[in-house]
Write a protein that binds this ligand. Structure first.
Ligand SMILES: [Zn+2]
Ligand SMILES: [Zn+2]
Length: 94
């Protein structure tokens, strides 16, 4: 890249960013990296956002109408009245 001496305006070529003495007058010239290129480009992709909590399946006991959250199970015992409640897995079918 071509830089111009800040003192005598002599143009001279340098390899890149750094500090170079002017070949004409000897003045040290600080050369910066090419504009536009990020200095020390460490482009680390940001971590993916945490997955949103899956909506917990909630059912109502058909005996006592008690509403509670169930896991991935087919049947669960109502914590209120103890009756076994069948968990419907798919919605909208019927
Ligand atoms: Zn110079
Ligand atoms: Zn119940």
């Amino acid at each position: 890249m071509i830089v111009r001496c800040g003192r005598c305006q002599t143009a001279f070529e340098v390899a890149g960013a750094g500090r170079y003495p002017c070949p004409a007058c000897g003045t040290a010239n600080d050369v910066r990296a090419t504009e536009g290129a990020p200095a020390g480009g460490d482009l680390i992709a940001p971590p993916p956002p945490p997955e949103p909590d899956a909506p917990s399946p909630r059912i109502n006991c058909n005996e006592c109408e008690f509403s509670f959250i169930v896991g991935v199970v087919n049947e669960v015992q109502c914590p209120n009245c103890g009756v076994t409640v069948t968990v419907s897995e798919s919605e909208g079918a019927g």
